[in-house]
Design a binder for this molecule. Structure first.
Ligand code: AMP
Length: 424
């Protein structure tokens, strides 16, 4: 016998018990986005590698280690030369779609959202998967800090509407191209003498990309963060003013936040505002429920006209996990409200007809199996169905069923023609 084939490492099936929680989380996301005037888009799962490398930054973990690269395909030259990847995040694609689809020509800014799968070849762990679902929102085409605050308010409201409490909103500004270079120089000056005591990855980062030093989770690097220069002490006047404005708008919206000078986010093209929702119950390195920020340099880096934007990506898997495990708020999925249970052989047609009638008002499944009524009833009880419509050959002949309320055990005879009314 061949070995049974299992799913690839780090990916999983979302089976009905978990899918119910996903559905609640995704529904809440769509409702919340639409309430704020964001429009739904769907983007390809495969993208040119350049989009992602330039979009997230070549020196990020996402680009360096975690990209799923596809084999070139096909005999025509364009296909053979195309280097494609499975998308690890949405923002670069959103900005590409905004220009490619001509949304930059219409009224600005453009508010968009999408929900879908993303792929990162990361070490599989609890709540860190190689395929996961994100809720992504973006406002492209205006740099007013009020849009930063709006994205935060919208996404905060999403978590709240799902019932997640005690979320910590971490907030920082990482400046822009006019103040960040000086800050990075100060950061390098601070870290250079400490280089030998850092983790090898961080030794490289000191010169290559010092902001990433704050992302590091290695214990040996932690003690040096405390005394490191803080970006918020180095912001230029426009960045400082924008940050004050975001904070004041969040205050006005009644949102509490924690200023976190070490929050830099994993991607290179963020400017000014960065934020993240953390929840202690998730624990450790996987405590982030979502995050985002402003990325005024991204469009230019992708070869489009400089265009500001701000956005958010939330982890649907993690929010659904919290909903299911911490809040216990999602009812176990019901297969169908009504089960039709034919008791004799040869009743498939009659049972099918009863199913059709009941389905006009309730979800209905028919048990076409050849097991005994006892076995069918046992199975029916386990599905969580509310009613059983039971029928033997003689009853089918008379076009009636015994309609049994599976909660109370009450049972009465109902004519097929009156079934919909009885179930309504
Ligand atoms: P990021 O784009 O890395 O900021 O991710 C945004 C959110 O997506 C995170 O806060 C997580 O909730 C979720 N997320 C990111 N990577 C993964 C993953 N590998 N597995 C599950 N969720 C993830």
């Amino acid at each position: 016998m061949t070995t049974p084939i299992k799913a690839a490492r780090g990916v999983r099936d979302i089976l009905p018990a978990e899918r119910a929680a996903f559905a609640v989380v995704e529904h809440a996301a769509r409702e919340q986005a639409r309430r704020y005037g964001y429009q739904d888009v769907e983007l390809p799962v495969i993208e040119p590698v350049e989009l992602i490398e330039r979009g997230v930054g070549g020196d990020t973990d996402v680009a360096r280690k975690e990209l799923y690269r596809l084999e070139p395909h096909g005999d025509n030259d364009a296909d053979a030369a195309a280097r494609l990847v499975l998308r690890p995040e949405a923002t670069a694609s959103m900005v590409r779609a905004y220009f490619q689809g001509g949304l930059n020509q219409g009224p600005q800014p453009v508010r968009l959202f999408t929900i879908g799968p993303f792929f990162r070849h990361d070490k599989p762990q609890h709540l860190r998967y190689r395929q996961f679902v994100q809720f992504d929102v973006e406002v492209i085409g205006d740099d007013a800090p009020a849009y930063d605050a709006e994205v935060i308010e919208l996404t905060w409201g999403w978590l709240a509407s799902v019932g997640i409490e005690h979320v910590s909103l971490e907030l920082n500004s990482i400046g822009d191209e006019s103040c960040r270079p000086q800050y990075l120089a100060a950061l390098r000056d601070y870290y250079r003498p400490l280089k030998d005591r850092l983790h090898p990855d961080c030794q490289r980062r000191v010169e290559a990309n010092p902001l990433r030093l704050f992302d590091c989770k290695e214990p040996q690097c932690q003690p040096f963060k405390e005394a490191a220069p803080r970006i918020t002490d180095h912001l230029c006047a426009p960045c400082a003013a924008a940050f004050e404005e975001v904070k004041s708008l969040l205050d006005a919206a009644g949102l509490e936040y924690r200023l976190n000078p070490y929050l830099v986010r994993g991607l290179d093209y963020y400017t000014r505002t960065v934020f993240e929702y953390q929840h202690e119950s998730l624990g450790g390195a996987q405590n982030s429920l979502g995050g985002g920020g402003r990325y005024d340099g991204l469009a230019g880096a992708l070869g489009y006209p400089e265009t500001p934007g701000v956005g958010f990506a939330g982890g649907v898997d993690r929010v659904a996990f919290m909903l299911q495990h911490d809040l216990g708020a999602v009812a176990p999925p019901v297969v169908a409200d009504v089960l039709v249970l034919p008791m004799d052989d040869g009743l498939d047609r009659a049972a099918g007809q009863v199913g059709r009638l009941a389905r006009a008002v309730r979800s209905t499944a028919v048990d076409y199996s050849r097991r005994s009524l006892r076995a069918k009833m046992r199975a029916a009880d386990k599905t969580g169905a509310r009613w059983a419509a039971i029928m033997n050959a003689e009853e089918a002949e008379r076009r009636v069923v015994q309609l049994r309320d599976l909660t109370s055990g009450d049972q009465r005879e109902v004519a097929w023609d009156e079934l919909a009314e009885a179930l309504a």
